[in-house]
Design a protein around this ligand. Sequence first.
Ligand code: XLS
Ligand code: NI
Ligand code: NI
Length: 434
Amino acid sequence: MTQFFHGIDKVTFAGADSTDPMAFHHYDPDEIVMGKRMEDHLRFAVAYWHSFAWEGGDPFGGQTFERPWHPQDSMERARLKADAAFEMFDLLNVPYFCWHDADIRPETGSFETNLSTLNEITDYFGEKMQTTGTKLLWGTANMFTHRRWMSGASTNPDPDVFAFAAATVKSCLDATHKLGGENYVLWGGREGYETLLNTEMGLELDHMGRFLAMVVEYKHKIGFKGQILVEPKPQEPSKHQYDYDAATCFGFLQKYGLENEVKLNLEQGHAILAGHSFEHEIATASALGVLGSIDMNRNDYQSGWDTDQFPNNVPEVAMAYYHILKNGGLKAGGTNFDAKLRRQSLDAKDLIAAHIGGMDICARGLKAAAAMIEDGGLQTALNDRYAGWNTPEAQAMLQSDLASITQRVLDAQLSPVPKSGQQEILENYVNRFV
Ligand code: XLS
Ligand code: NI
Ligand code: NI
C-alpha cells in the first residue's frame, strides 16, 4: 500500500440501504442486467490525466493538490504516480484505465528522450497490469499542452510539427498495442483555429484527413485490432475545432474515406458545449454506425466551460445508456471518467469518493435504461408512430420518383391527418424508471 491511499479500504458493494460513504450502493459488478454482468456492460475506466496528473489549477490559480509524485519531472516520480494509480484501480476494482503520453512520463522536450521514457513507463505498466488484472481501454497522445502544438498538430502550418505529431502518435499507438489496449483515441484540441485571418482551412482539413488515414494504415501494419476513435468537441482550447460534433466528424470521415475504419469517442461535456444533449450525440453516432466509446463527464450548465465533473444526474445518464443499449451496448468501448475533482477536494478520499459516485450513478442509469428496454414502452410507441411505413405502398414509394408519387397523391386523394407526438406521455413514462 502506498502512503497516499493509506487507511482506505477496498471499495465493496454494500447495497442501496447502506449509509457507508465509501461503499458502492448501486454498482455491483456481478449483478446481471439484461443477461450480462454490470461490469461487462459499463466497462469503467479511470482517466490517468485528471486523477493523477492534474494538479488542481484553474485559469486564476495554480496547483492546489499536493501529491507525493509532484512535481512530475522525473521517472522516479512517474513510477510513484503509477504505483498510486494502480493501487486506486485495485481499490475501486475498476477494470480499465486510459492515458496520454504526457500524463505518464516526464516532458523533456526531446522526442528521443520522451520515447524512451514512454517505453520504460509502459513496460512498468505492463508488469502492473499483469498482477492487478487492470486493462487498457485506450491510449492517446497529448498534442495540445506543449507549446509546440499551439497552432495545431496535424493541421499545423509547419510541416515539422506534422512530422512530430506523426512520430508521437506512432509511439503512443505502439505503446497502446504493446499493452493490449482495446482502442486508440485522437482528440484534436488544437486541430482548429483562432482566426480565419491566418488559417487555410481546406488545406488543414486535407492534412488532418491524410494524417488520420496514416494512423489507420499504421494500425493495420502492426496488427492492432483495437478501434481507432476520434473524440468530437466544438471548442476549447481552440476557438473553432474541426471535430465539432458527431455529425461533423462523420462528414469528415466520409470525405476522407475513413467511415468504416474510425469510430467516435463521445463525451457528455462536449455534447453540452456543442449545444446538444449526450443522448443526441449517442443516437447520431448510432444512426451513422460510428458509436465507439464514451467519456462520462458532465459540464456545469451555468458556466459554459468544459468543467469535466463526475456524472451526478441519473435521468441524463439513463437516457445515454438507453441509446447505447439500443445500439447493442458499448462493445469494444467503455465508460471512461474523463472527470476531475473540484480543486478544493484535496484528499485521496475525495478521489475515491468521486469515482464511487460516478460508478453508482452510471449503475443506476444503466439499470433504469435496461428496465425501459425490457419493458419496451418506448419502442412500442416508436413502432406505433412509424407503423405507416410498414405498408407496401409506403415501401414502394421509396423506390419510386416524385412524378409517380404526385400521381398517387392525386389518385388516392391523400389528405394526411396529423397525430399527437405524445411527448409528455413519453416523458411521464421515462419518469417511472428513473
Ligand atoms: C478534452 C478531452 C480529452 C480527451 C483525450 O476535453 O476530453 O481529455 O478525452 O485527449
Ligand atoms: Ni473533454
Ligand atoms: Ni474526453
